[in-house]
Design a protein around this ligand. Structure first.
Ligand code: PGA
Ligand code: ZN
Length: 432
């Protein structure tokens, strides 16, 4: 038995940022360290995501996760005792294929499996006495550009705005620290502008911390953001991006998108997006069309000249991403470990993306906890871009605050991805 072998695994039910129960897992090793990870939860989910196990029944209105917790404590935990915690790939494969064995991790629950998978990586890093990002990649050094959600709607808030997220993208910052300062200055201006035009209800915030003004359609949020950016004294340092989450305003029956009282066909939507990209410095668009419109994604990727990110389209699934690569659908992967259910499969998806010239944007879920693991992941991947909400709520600030620590630790060896966020360029070695 090595000193990094697993001694025991303990899971429990905790609460996420929306008040729903979720799974927390502790993995203890023989040499006395513990790795803990929390499982986030989506609301604007893709149809093809791995299965999250919920209890049903009366308790927590059916949202309980005690079955998933039991699956960790009674099935997965006992089966991995004594195994080497640094064998991430072997352990993930064992959980996914031997213990679960279903296509979508529906037997034990992706929320059970992913909790163990992430806690294993944390325990391994702790057993070796190094930060998680370094354990995953000794060459981790790219600090990501944050895509910061300042105005939101869709399924993640209570406004009528169809588009789910409008981000500012501080490409011209020189560090994460600088990007955060800019974002806060802009957000304060934005708050004043929204208050003045729409009154107090407009500055309530949604699940990811963005304001929820009573707007509709594509353009008005961008007009407000541009004004706030100007008033904060910025201009070309800031670009914009959108997560349209179009699956959720697409009507399956009519085959049309419902936007600001209109019914728009695929080509009408694409024409609107093109006009938007012409009028605003938008550098990235996520899920502009619904999750099965591969052909529309191909057209947009070919014709818009910006980053087109697949979230509900790819669901961090190497198989769906492979299809996208073959077709030319999208040019970036939204990376959420719990969409696929193990760290190894998510790392495989990221690898596949990079090898084929696709960008990788590491992402929060709309339901989060204080666990900042995605900050370590984005630096480990040298991915160059992260989406983790507005820097105003604890479960979002924990990610930004972790990035600040990592940025400090990397010091002069770190590099902020800036304008190269899609294909970050390595940092030339410098003399310390
Ligand atoms: P989620 O959505 O609710 O599935 O986490 C966020 C997103 O669409 O990126
Ligand atoms: Zn999305």
């Amino acid at each position: 038995m090595t000193t990094a072998s697993i001694k025991y695994v303990k899971a429990r039910e905790i609460i996420d940022s929306r008040g729903y129960p979720t799974v927390q897992v502790d993995v203890h090793t023989e040499n006395g360290v513990m790795g803990r990870a929390d499982v986030p939860c989506g609301r604007s989910t893709g149809t093809h995501e791995a299965t999250e196990l919920r209890d049903g029944g009366e308790r927590y209105a059916g949202w309980g996760v005690l079955r998933a917790v039991d699956n960790v404590n009674d099935v997965i935990g006992p089966a991995i005792i004594g195994k080497d915690v640094t064998k991430q790939r072997e352990l993930d494969q064992f959980m996914a294929y031997e213990l679960d064995g279903s296509e979508n991790k529906s037997r034990l629950g992706a929320n059970a499996i992913v909790g163990v998978s992430l806690a294993i990586s944390r325990a391994a890093a702790a057993a070796l006495g190094i930060p998680l990002y370094k354990y995953i990649n000794a060459n981790a050094h790219v600090l990501p550009v944050p895509m910061i959600n300042l105005i939101g709607g869709g399924k993640l808030g209570s406004s009528d705005l169809e588009i789910q997220e409008y981000h500012i993208v501080p490409l011209g910052a020189n560090s994460v620290r600088h990007a955060l300062q800019m974002a806060t200055e802009i957000n304060l201006r934005l708050r004043d502008l929204l208050l003045k035009k729409y009154g107090k209800p407009a500055v309530n915030v949604g699940d990811e911390g963005g304001f929820m003004p009573p707007m509709k359609g594509l353009r008005e949020p961008l007009e407000f953001l541009v004004k706030a950016v100007e008033q904060a004294g910025y201009g070309r340092e800031i670009a914009y991006s959108l997560d349209c989450a179009a699956t959720h305003f697409y009507d399956q029956e009519t085959g049309k998108y419902r936007l600001a009282g209109e019914e728009l066909a695929q080509q009408d939507m694409i024409a609107r997006y093109k006009a938007l990209v012409k009028d605003f410095p938008i550098v990235s668009m996520e899920d502009p069309l619904h999750e099965e419109d591969w052909e529309g994604f191909c057209q947009m990727t070919a014709e818009l000249g910006i980053q087109i990110v697949g979230d509900d389209l790819f669901v961090t699934n190497p198989k769906r991403l492979k299809k996208g690569i073959e077709l030319g659908a999208g040019n970036a992967l939204l990376w959420k470990v719990n969409q696929i259910g193990t760290l190894t499969e998510a790392l495989d998806a990221a690898d596949l993306a990079f090898r084929n010239g696709y960008g990788v944007q590491v992402s929060e879920r709309s339901g989060e906890t204080e666990d900042p693991i995605i900050s370590d992941m984005v630096v480990a991947l040298n991915a160059g871009q992260i989406k983790t909400g507005a820097p105003v709520r604890g479960e979002r600030t924990s990610k930004y605050n972790r990035l600040l620590v990592i940025e400090e630790e990397r010091g002069r060896q770190g590099r902020y991805a800036g304008r190269n966020f899609r294909q970050p360029i390595g940092q030339p070695l410098v003399v310390q």
